[in-house]
Ligand binder design. Structure first.
Ligand SMILES: *Cc1c(COP(=O)(O)O)cnc(C)c1O
Length: 384
C-alpha cells in the first residue's frame, strides 16, 4: 500500500470538501450569471464562498479573484502590473528560488523589454533585505517573492520586504501557495498588494486558484482573459462553481483547524526527519530547519541517486527536485541556488506531509527508506 508523502505536489481532496461540492454538479448546476431563480441561488452561494475565502486571509470579498490555478494567479499578478505600470518603469525584482509560474512569467517579460533582478538566497533559502534594498531602482514597479518555498519550506521575510517596497511605491506580490494551511495568513499583516494561492495544495480540487488584489489596486488590474464580466471583468469565463464551493469549504477547515493540523503535521515531519537523521548515516537536511513551515523536509542522502531510492522504496510517494520539473534531468534550481554540494544534488529528496498521514505510515516509510539506502550503498563503490 503506498504511503503518500508528497503533499507539496498536490493533496487528496478532503471528504468534507467533496461532500460540499456534489450539489453543484447536480441540482445546483445553473450559471451564476443567469437571472432566473436557479441562477440566483447559485450566485448567492458563490458570493458566500467568496466571503469565506476572503476571510481566511483577512481580505474583503471584492478583493478575491478566482482563477484556474496557482500558476494562473502568478501569471496574472505579474503580467498585469507589468502591463499597467510600464510607463512608470520596466524593472521587476524576484528571487532565484521562485516557482516556475513566477520565473517563466519573468522570463517572458524579459523578452518584451522588461528587466528582472533575481535575488540570490543564502544556504537556508532566505533572501537578504540588504540585497533587496540594493536591487531597488527608480524604475522598479514590482517585487514578487514567495511566502514559502515549495521544495525546502523556507518562510521569507515578506513583511520587511513590503515595508521597504511601500516607501518606493513598488507593488508587492507573494506566492503563498505553500503557506496556505500551514501558517496564519493575513494580507494586512503581510502588507502585500497581491497574493496567490491554489486549491489543490489545501485539500480542495485541482483547477482553482485565487488571486488576492488589494482594493486600491483593483481598478488598475489588466484583464488577461477577455470576454464576459465575471470576476469584476478581470477574468472572463463562466465560474467553476463546484471548485469555488470546494475551495471555500477547504478554507473554512483551515480557519477552524489550523493549530491542531499544523501540530499534527509538524509532529509527523519531525518524527520522520529525526529518525532518518539518527538512523541513516550521512544524511542531512537541505535549507533551514528553523525558518520553515511544518510540512516539508528535503533530505540529502550521500552516495545515493534519488531516483534509484524512489524505485527501491517504490511504495513511498515523494519528489526528487520538484514535481513540475520531474521530466527534466536537471537538478532542482532551488537546491542549486542554496548551494547544495553538487554531488548531493541528485541524492536529495523532498518529503512533504499532510492532513491524512499517520504515525504508522511515517514509521513504515522510514523503515523502508533505511533498508533501501543500505542496499543501494552496499552496491556503490563511493559509499564504501
Ligand atoms: C503548486 C505551486 C504553484 C502552482 O499551483 P497550480 O495550482 O498547480 O498551478 C505555484 N507556486 C507554488 C509555490 C506551488 O507550490
Amino acid at each position: 500500500m503506498s504511503i503518500y508523502l508528497d503533499y507539496s505536489a498536490t493533496t487528496p481532496i478532503d471528504p468534507r470538501v467533496f461532500e460540499a461540492m456534489i450539489p453543484y454538479f447536480k441540482e445546483k448546476f445553473a450559471n451564476p450569471s443567469s437571472i432566473h431563480s436557479l441562477g440566483r441561488v447559485v450566485r448567492e452561494d458563490v458570493d458566500k464562498a467568496r466571503a469565506t475565502i476572503a476571510k481566511s486571509i483577512g481580505a474583503e470579498p471584492h478583493e478575491i479573484i478566482f482563477t484556474a490555478s496557482g500558476s494562473s494567479s502568478d501569471n496574472m499578478a505579474i503580467r498585469s502590473i507589468a502591463e499597467k505600470f510600464a510607463d512608470r518603469g520596466k524593472h521587476i525584482i524576484t528571487c532565484a528560488i521562485e516557482h516556475k509560474a513566477v520565473l517563466q512569467t519573468c522570463k517572458y517579460l524579459e523578452k518584451h523589454g522588461y528587466e528582472v533582478t533575481y535575488l540570490p538566497v543564502d544556504k537556508e533559502g532566505l533572501v537578504s533585505i540588504e540585497d533587496f534594498k540594493n536591487a531597488i531602482r527608480r524604475d522598479t514597479i514590482l517585487v514578487s517573492i514567495m511566502l514559502v518555498n515549495n521544495e525546502i519550506g523556507t518562510i521569507q521575510p515578506i513583511r520587511e520586504i513590503s515595508d521597504i517596497a511601500k516607501k518606493h511605491q513598488i507593488f508587492v506580490h507573494t506566492d503563498a501557495v505553500q503557506a496556505m494551511g500551514k501558517m496564519k495568513i493575513d494580507v494586512g499583516e503581510l502588507g502585500v498588494d497581491l497574493l496567490t494561492f491554489s486549491g489543490h495544495k489545501i485539500c480542495a480540487p485541482k483547477g482553482i486558484g485565487v488571486l488576492y488584489v488589494d482594493e486600491n489596486l483593483k481598478d488598475d488590474m489588466v484583464p488577461l482573459v477577455f470576454g464576459g464580466s465575471q470576476e469584476f471583468g478581470l477574468r472572463a469565463g463562466t465560474e467553476n462553481v463546484p471548485n469555488i464551493i470546494g475551495l471555500a469549504k477547504a478554507c473554512e477547515i483551515v480557519m477552524d483547524e489550523l493549530d491542531e493540523e499544523t501540530a499534527h503535521i509538524r509532529h509527523l515531519r519531525d518524527l520522520f526527519e529525526n529518525r532518518i537523521l539518527n538512523e541513516i548515516p550521512k544524511t542531512y537536511v537541505n535549507g533551514s530547519r528553523e525558518k520553515r513551515v511544518c510540512s516539508v523536509t528535503n533530505i540529502a542522502f550521500k552516495y545515493i541517486e534519488a531516483e534509484a531510492l524512489m524505485i527501491y522504496a517504490d511504495e513511498i510517494c515523494c519528489s526528487t527536485g520538484s514535481a513540475c520539473t520531474s521530466e527534466s534531468v536537471d537538478a532542482s534550481h532551488v537546491l542549486y541556488a542554496i548551494g547544495v554540494d553538487p554531488v548531493d544534488l541528485h541524492g536529495s529528496i523532498r518529503f512533504s506531509f499532510g492532513r491524512f498521514n499517520t504515525e504508522e505510515e511515517i514509521n513504515r516509510a522510514v523503515d523502508m527508506i533505511k533498508s533501501s539506502v543500505e542496499k543501494l550503498r552496499a552496491m556503490s563503490p563511493l559509499a564504501q
